[in-house]
Design a protein around this ligand. Structure first.
Ligand code: NDP
Length: 403
């Protein structure tokens, strides 16, 4: 029986579990494990109500290699889908190595006490994964994930040489809350408030947080102010897209979001270092301000159903083909309300969860990670065509505008 083990039952986890169960012909048994068992059970109830069968629910602390190893040994999955947080990447990768099991995640490793993310520690598993004859797929959400595949697809079908890539991420959704993040608040606010960085002419250029603003026109949405951020796919694309001169990442934010974020940063609520606070019984407790903030903000999963509007995420690519300069924009548009109708989620969770399931399909059908590709991979290193074909079937269409 083909089994997949999913770890993490948050906003993205809900989409992954529903889409896995929609595809029972391939994923015969789906095990959903997370820190809080009741969240797994809530998702299992929803899946069952939609007529997509049973989920096996388990409790696990994925910070413990031993607990993840025990779970893998119990169910013998073909792949472990890490849909928990970036903090768990290394422990789950280690557990997969010990049990010789394939691995997939949607975000690269971050240490809880250092606001910095990079692939170094995950790429370091490559030789061990090759020796164990297993496959790891890193960053299989939308960005990173589909954006990496878009670049590989452009290189394969549209360009002889790629000079510049701008990855654009626009969420034009509206919700009734004064301030909310569209995925895990702690991870989101760490990312957005960090210094920006982009790559140009062989070197990384650092900027102050949100220092560079440009206005981009997004199909089906219109013009939006977009801010340069550092984003993890830049690191792997610089390595794997040969001849690249410049790559940047832009994300849209409303003035309201930025005002709230700046205010919270100014008063220290985005800090990740613990502070000591007096407790009601006269003692002292250590708290991490950003974790307190996370508890106070709306759970991103609760935005589902209350968010209207669309997202547009894509890659604007400039290069040449047959000695002619050309530019393309390859992108997806996703509607928040349609995602809610299908799986009870908003579009940010949906656009992350669906690619993770497509990645799992590529692994379970031995299309990616088969005989000749063992080790640790980013998506742009693999054949983009079967992935994009399946992505469209699973609900995320892509379009290409040529200029
Ligand atoms: P949530 O915070 O909603 O969910 C995280 C889930 O992981 C929760 O169920 C949480 O459990 C569980 N979890 C956390 N720590 C542990 C642990 N130690 N052991 C077991 N389970 C644990 O996050 P999201 O669903 O919004 O995001 C999930 C992932 O997707 C993140 O890594 C995020 O960075 C990534 N992401 C990637 C994107 C992309 O395009 N590539 C875009 C958006 C997100 P509990 O309920 O107990 O807290």
């Amino acid at each position: 029986m083909l089994t997949v083990l999913q770890i993490g039952a948050g906003g993205v986890g809900r989409v992954v579990a529903h889409k896995l169960c929609q595809n029972r012909h391939l994923f015969e048994r789906v095990v959903l494990a997370s820190r809080t068992l009741s969240k797994c059970e809530q998702i299992a109830t929803s899946v069952k109500a939609k007529g997509w069968g049973e989920l096996v629910c388990e409790q696990v602390n994925a910070d413990s290699v031993e607990e993840v190893v025990a779970l893998i040994e119990k169910y013998q999955p073909k792949v472990v889908l890490n849909i928990a947080l970036p903090y768990q990447d290394l422990t789950i990768m280690q557990a997969c190595l010990q049990t010789k099991t394939n691995y997939l995640d949607t975000a690269n490793y971050e240490h809880p006490n250092v606001a910095k993310f990079e692939y170094k520690e995950q790429w370091a598993f490559d030789q061990a994964y090759r020796d164990a004859q297993i496959f790891a797929l890193l960053g299989c959400g939308f960005d990173p994930g589909v954006t990496n595949v878009f670049c590989a697809y452009a290189q394969k079908h549209y360009f002889d040489e790629i000079y510049n890539i701008d990855i654009l991420d626009c969420n034009a959704g509206n919700h009734p809350y004064p301030f909310a993040t569209n995925f895990n608040p702690e991870i989101n606010l760490r990312e957005v408030s960090a210094p920006g960085r982009y790559y140009e002419n062989g070197a990384w250029v650092e900027t102050k947080p949100l220092e560079i603003k440009q206005t981009w026109a997004y199909p089906e949405i219109g013009e939006r102010d977009s801010y340069l951020l550092y984003h993890e796919e830049l690191e792997s694309l610089v390595k794997h897209i040969k001849g690249l001169k410049r790559i940047r990442f832009f994300m849209t934010f409303s003035e309201n979001y930025l005002n709230h974020m700046r205010c919270l940063a100014n008063v220290g609520m985005l800090n990740i270092t613990p502070v000591s606070v007096p407790t009601t019984n006269g003692g002292q407790a250590e708290i991490v301000p950003i974790q307190v903030l996370k508890q106070l903000l709306p759970d991103p999963a609760s935005l589902a159903g209350k968010t209207t509007g669309k997202t547009n995420i894509g890659c604007y690519i400039h290069g040449n083909k047959n000695k002619q300069e050309k530019r393309i924009y390859i992108y997806n548009v996703c509607d928040h309300q349609k995602c809610y109708e299908e799986v009870g989620s908003q579009a940010i969770s949906y656009t992350t969860g669906v690619p993770a399931v497509v990645g799992a399909m590529m692994i379970c059908k031995d299309i990616w990670g088969g005989e000749n590709s063992k080790g640790v991979f980013n998506l742009e290193q693999l054949n983009p065509d079967p992935f994009l074909e399946e992505l469209t079937k699973q609900g995320l269409r892509y379009d290409v505008i040529e200029r």
